[in-house]
Write a protein that binds this ligand. Structure first.
Ligand SMILES: Cc1ncc(COP(=O)(O)O)c(C=O)c1O
Length: 428
């Protein structure tokens, strides 16, 4: 309850600029607040002017109706509600209409983008992969847990482009490979790393990249170059063409270069025939590193949308998320040569109602996923997307007629279920 209350007390995010760079803003105060929409648009255009992986940013939007049941609670986690899915809802202007006074929320079906590279993985790699190609990258090094959807997405995407993916997976190789672990093995080059070594991720990634003969291309250099000569491969012409070029991607692609794909998604969703620009909207998303939520927050801010990004914290503390948010903002702004200081506070970070150690599954969670799958045809997983579904469902029941619409972003990750079925046999 406490969490919910504070969610609505959030101050609108502000955009401030260093005055020496922008004459539109007051020159007297060194931390001037500037809400100039032209400045935001300019920044946005600069970010979106690039080559993308996804041919277009389109995605499906479904509507989930939430009906209260008069019976005993069907699920401890979801309450006594049932769900149904309208896969062809009226969007655009009709979004503001309420039908039968029934609670509902919308769900952005990014889980349908690709059989293996979907959800936020597809968005995070949207800007990144073309940059690697433009700079003639040959190898990618990244890491994740044994069932990491991110490492699997990187492996598949690299294989599709003729790049070599080196995947450092935490822990020991399981006896039977399944889910994302199996995909990582089929498409990439997997090395299992003892947990004590994995604990120092940066060191581990760098030393693995160092072990591959060739030149390491830094991701922040790629990001910077994307704002200058991103369509050219000039920076590589003076290097021998047969030398390997290795790119390191952080765990979960928690890098600033993951943000443009999410900003592109916000722009797509804000079109008049989809969610529009004037309807207050609460976007709900689940967070691991928090990068997805920050990308959505930057997009909403730059477009001046009355959208609130609410993120359920699943893998870190609020301090950790705020720090990461600040870091991503400063890296994106710094690299773009557009020294905007967006104060952190773009994302409303909230605790899950039933907190648990990251990666664990609580009793009743599989049943909740099962109920959702059976009633709506949407598969969520207990590690990530169930948490966003729970919150979207709660918020949709609290929203008053004419209030903000609730929109959940499906971040994908559904193959994770296979790994969980192996690990938590008694729950299935
Ligand atoms: C299904 C799913 N949802 C959410 C996340 C977390 O996204 P982020 O790290 O951007 O918060 C991940 C991890 O990449 C994921 O696999």
């Amino acid at each position: 309850m406490h969490v919910m209350k504070s969610m609505f007390q959030r101050k609108p995010p502000i955009l401030s600029l260093r005055p020496e760079f922008h004459s539109q803003c007051s020159l007297t105060n060194p931390q001037v607040v500037c809400n100039s929409s032209s400045t935001r648009e300019e920044f946005m255009m600069k970010i979106l002017d690039r080559r993308w992986t996804l041919k277009n940013p389109d995605t499906k939007v479904h509507q989930i109706n939430v009906s209260r049941l008069q019976t005993q609670p069907t699920s401890k986690l979801l309450g006594n509600v049932s769900f149904s899915n309208n896969s062809h809802p009226s969007l655009g202007e009709n979004l503001t209409e309420w039908h039968n006074d029934q609670s509902s929320f919308y769900i952005v079906r990014d889980d349908l983008l690709h059989p293996l590279v979907n959800g936020n993985k597809a968005r995070k790699l949207d800007a990144l992969l073309p940059l690697i190609e433009d700079h003639l990258g040959t190898d990618v090094v990244t890491c994740g847990g044994c069932q990491s959807a991110h490492t699997a997405a990187v492996a598949v995407s690299c294989a599709e482009r003729g790049l070599k993916a080196h995947l450092l997976l935490r822990g020991e190789q399981p006896q039977i490979l399944t889910g994302y672990n199996l995909i990582s093995m089929l498409y990439g080059n997997v090395t299992y790393v003892p947990r004590s070594v994995y604990a120092k991720r940066e060191e581990m990634l760098t030393s693995h990249a160092d072990s591959i003969p060739g030149t390491i291309i830094r991701l922040d250099d790629l990001l910077k170059s994307s704002f200058t000569n991103h369509k050219s491969t000039k920076s590589n012409l003076d290097q021998p063409s047969n030398s390997k070029k290795i790119v390191i991607i952080n765990e979960g692609a928690g890098d600033a270069i993951a943000l443009p794909g999410l900003i592109r998604l916000v722009k797509y969703l804000s079109q008049d025939h989809i969610l529009g620009k004037s309807q207050p909207i609460k976007i709900v998303v689940d967070s691991g590193t928090g990068t997805t939520a920050v990308g959505l927050g930057i997009g909403a801010l730059c477009l001046g949308l009355p959208w609130e990004i609410t993120s359920v914290m699943l893998a870190d503390t609020i301090e950790g998320y705020r720090k990461h948010e600040e870091h991503l903002i400063s890296e994106l702004c710094g690299s773009s040569g557009f020294p905007i200081i967006m104060h952190s506070g773009l994302v409303h970070w909230v605790e899950r109602e039933h907190p648990r150690k990251f990666g664990n599954v609580l009793k009743g969670e599989i049943e909740a996923c099962q109920q959702i799958a059976k009633e709506t045809g949407v598969l969520v997983d207990p590690i990530y997307t169930l948490a966003a579904w729970e919150l979207a469902s709660q918020l949709s029941q609290q929203e008053k007629k004419g209030g903000a619409k609730v929109v959940m972003l499906h971040t994908g990750g559904t193959l994770g279920m296979f790994g969980l079925a192996q690990r938590y046999k008694s729950y299935f």
